[in-house]
Design a protein around this ligand. Structure first.
Ligand code: PLP
Length: 395
């Protein structure tokens, strides 16, 4: 059975009514026959049938034992961090999602958890950074927004040897392209807001663990802390997942066309897309995933915020917005938007140039997307960027 068929048929038909769509159990509590005697549900923070269905689907899709659905990707990440205690250390990818950096540095360092940021594309760096205090290795691959790819299997070996957990933020690849648990990771997290939801209409997060025992710990944390996903939003994620393989296939095909166009454009400095043979981690990406995703970043020859601002306010189909992974193409300027919370020197050191633009390539016809970018470059050439004032940041 193909992956797509397996996924579609892992979404159950309701045994009670035959409903082909998963029912939304909009309830806070469940009537019990006697104290503790119930139908597997007692209070909807602890468990809800709609959420439980999503959790089973994502666990199967990622090849894990336990799925846990949260109110946002960051709530999912937060619950994984709560596995740690004061004195523990995290070794994390340097090109990390801005919100994760903010959580690690501004919340968890306060509680005595330290974080070392390293370039995880070279496994040697990870090997050299881990110590006996390291309890968690945290990678995103591909990263946001410079699409660096780290070797999951190689880093998993370092984690095992050091007896610490490896968590992979699999948001950019999605399980349609990459299965970190099969490569040796212990935990996968998702911002289901992106490709899994797929329609830019919800905020959600997911955790999947390889081992049941670890899953039970995260479930305990979720019930204790309360960051659950609501029944309706759980249903929306299930609905999004139904078309995951189809959408991701088209995202990948469109992104490849866009990346190749950018690569040849005279106003472009660098293009970041793992599907280009010139990408420094192309071989690793090829080895561990079945496609290269829908995100393409590029920097301009005129490396200024003003030039980037001129470009991102000149496209028609690519809408200027935070987020990614939806049907409509989006673009953003990490330096002033998603990565604003990372200090400028750290941001630049991680390869996020002042002019870097990130595209979330949507499901439009690729020729229309290329034309849109092409006319934005013409605008950039005609009107010097210096005359444009910077757009205000929103995150
Ligand atoms: C968006 C995103 C998150 C955070 O998810 P939210 O759903 O916005 O809380 C985490 N990691 C990555 C890679 C993301 O793109």
């Amino acid at each position: 059975m193909s992956n797509a068929t397996q996924l579609i048929h892992s979404i159950p038909v309701d045994p009670l009514t035959g409903s082909i769509s998963v029912p939304i159990y909009q309830t806070s509590t469940f009537v019990q026959e006697a104290p503790g005697v119930n139908k597997g549900f007692d209070y909807a923070r602890t468990n809800n049938p709609t959420r439980a269905t999503l959790e089973t689907i994502i666990a199967q899709l990622e090849g894990g034992t336990t799925g846990i659905a949260f109110g946002s990707g960051l709530a999912a990440i937060d619950s994984v961090l709560k596995l740690l205690k004061a004195g523990d250390e995290i070794v994390a990818v340097d090109d990390i999602y801005g919100g994760a950096f903010r959580l690690f540095t501004h919340i968890y360092e306060k509680f005595g958890i330290t974080v070392k940021y390293v370039d995880t594309t070279d496994v040697e760096n990870v090997f050299n950074a881990v110590s006996e205090k390291t309890k968690l290795i945290w990678i995103e691959t591909p990263t946001n927004p410079t699409l660096k790819v780290s070797d999951i299997a190689a880093i998993a070996k370092v984690a095992k040897a050091n007896r610490c957990l490896l968590c992979v933020d699999n948001t950019f690849a999605s399980p349609a392209l990459q299965k970190p648990l099969a490569l040796g990771a212990d935990i996968v997290v998702h911002s289901a807001t992106k490709y899994l939801g797929g329609h830019s209409d919800l905020i959600a997060g997911l955790v999947v663990t390889k081992e049941q025992e670890l899953g039970d710990k995260v479930k305990f944390i979720q019930n204790a802390s309360g960051a659950i996903l609501a029944p309706f939003d759980s249903w929306l994620v299930i609905r999004g997942i139904e078309t995951l393989h189809l959408r991701v296939k088209q995202h990948c095909a469109n992104a490849q066309v866009v990346a190749e166009f950018l690569q040849d454009h005279p106003l472009v400095d660098k293009v970041f897309y793992p599907g280009l043979p010139s990408h420094p981690n192309h071989e690793v990406a090829k080895k561990q995933s079945t496609g290269y995703g829908g995100i393409v970043s590029f920097s301009l020859k005129i490396d200024t915020e003003e030039a980037a601002t001129r470009f991102i306010t000149s496209t028609h189909y690519f809408k200027l917005a935070e987020s990614l992974g939806g049907v409509k193409s989006l673009l953003c300027h990490p330096a002033t938007m998603t990565h604003k919370s990372i200090p400028a020197d750290k941001r630049r050191a991680a390869g996020v140039a002042d002019s870097l633009i990130r595209l979330s390539v949507g499901l439009e016809e690729s020729a229309d997307l290329v034309n849109d970018l092409s006319q934005a470059f013409e605008v950039l050439q005609k009107q010097p960027a210096a005359s444009v004032s910077a757009v205000s940041a929103t995150t």
